[in-house]
Ligand binder design. Structure first.
Ligand code: PLP
Length: 385
């Protein structure tokens, strides 16, 4: 008999929503180029512009400030560059990157290595605001304005940074704040104005949209941004290349439904509490990372001292449950977590990440607990042998 699979890896990719699939398939029929002036082209253009409105509204931005990209990775590389300029601030000259950022941000985008610096986090994975203030006070403005990169919610731990407070500090020192909000939208309310950030990135597939589409959203329409892809005049000359109309259509629907999923988060948070109680009930020595601070409601990262997270993840897979060991690694291998290392854990450590989808059920949590009891028992036995 085929085992019913339970998917608990929403932070790697949320399942495609039915409404998204319908919009995606319908838009595939529009074969015209959205830059063409004929009726077919105008129809494709309308699809893009109505998706732009939905995405802008999901984060309370202006539609003209949404730049479609091939995903949050491209959007991060577009944002992480020298020469960004807005208002009376100097252009960006170097970047300060939070130590637990996603690899697409950690890599520093288009900044040369000497212009990339790290910002430490505390043991809970939260940015140290006093250190941020000290760092920016000591910043040499001769190199240009500082760009600070801080994610809204961490993909491994779910830990939320105090972005609005960080934004005030960054502003005080004439800098710019870039926020990777990929794991935040649909899980917590995201308002670009309230956060006070200059640039924000989104990825459709974390919201139940298609893979391979995302956006960079700016707060200020006057912000000038050196394009990453040059050529055609698409996206107001900020991102050249024919738009992926079907993927953008799906992204628009996913963004529209993000508010609806926000409504599920109270229930998801209660399920996460149950799940964590089960983990600690079975394995009292387990550590749940970041549980003492604010996290997005769907994410748990845990580890048991001396137990391999990769072995546990494989155990869950064999029991029919999809979780991950740390973050989904592009090579398909499981790497040690730079996030845990930044939080002061020994190098080489990784945790088991459980990230619930918005339709997770109490039955899923029960099945998880049942599987964990079996996996933990086996791992203890093999350690004792
Ligand atoms: N930022 C965060 C926090 C992520 O979790 C991910 C994907 O795992 C990305 C950025 C990259 O997004 P994309 O897959 O759209 O390039």
């Amino acid at each position: 008999m085929m085992l019913k699979r339970i998917y608990m890896d929403a932070n790697a990719g949320a399942p495609l929503l039915t409404e998204v699939r319908s919009a995606y398939v319908a838009a595939l029929e529009e074969r015209a180029n959205a830059s063409s002036a004929h009726a077919e082209g105008r129809r494709a253009r309308e699809i893009i512009e109505s998706a732009r409105l939905e995405i802008a509204s999901a984060v309370h931005a202006k539609p003209e400030n949404v730049i479609f990209t091939s995903g949050a990775t491209e959007a991060a590389v577009l944002a992480l560059t020298g020469g960004i300029q807005g208002g009376d601030r100097r252009p960006t000259g170097c970047v300060y990157i939070g130590a637990t950022e996603h690899p697409c941000v950690m890599a520093g985008g288009r900044f040369p290595a000497h212009a990339v610096r790290r910002l430490p986090v505390d043991r809970s994975g939260v940015i140290d605001l006093e250190e941020l203030d000290r760092t920016l006070r000591a910043h040499d403005s001769a190199v240009g304005a500082p760009l600070v990169a801080l994610m809204l919610a961490n993909n491994e731990t779910g830990v939320i940074h105090p972005i609005a407070e960080a934004a005030q500090i960054v502003r005080r020192w004439g800098g710019y704040l870039f926020c990777d909000a990929v794991q935040g939208v649909g899980r917590v309310a995201v308002d670009i104005r309230e956060l006070g950030v200059d640039l924000l990135t989104l990825s459709a597939h974390k919201l139940g949209g298609p893979q391979g589409v995302g956006a960079l959203v700016t707060a200020d329409p006057e912000l000038t941004l050196p394009p990453l892809l040059t050529g055609g005049g698409q996206e107001r000359r900020r991102r050249a290349g024919t738009e992926n109309v079907a993927a953008i259509a799906g992204f628009g629907v996913a963004a529209k439904l993000a508010d609806h999923h926000l409504g599920d988060m109270h229930r998801v948070s209660a399920l996460r509490s149950e799940l964590e109680a089960e983990i600690l009930g079975v394995s009292p020595e387990a550590v749940i990372f970041g549980s003492e601070v604010q996290r997005v409601p769907n994410t748990t990262l845990f580890a048991v001292p001396h137990f391999s997270a990769a072995t546990a993840m494989i155990g869950f897979d064999l029991e029919g449950i999809a979780v991950s060991a740390g973050s989904a690694c592009s090579s398909g291998k499981m790497a040690a977590s730079h996030v845990l290392e930044a939080m002061g854990e020994p190098a080489g450590r990784a945790g088991v990440r459980v990230s619930l989808t918005s339709d997770a059920t109490a039955g899923d949590v029960e099945a998880f607990a049942f599987a964990w009891r079996a996996i933990y028992g086996r791992m203890r036995q093999s350690r004792a042998a």
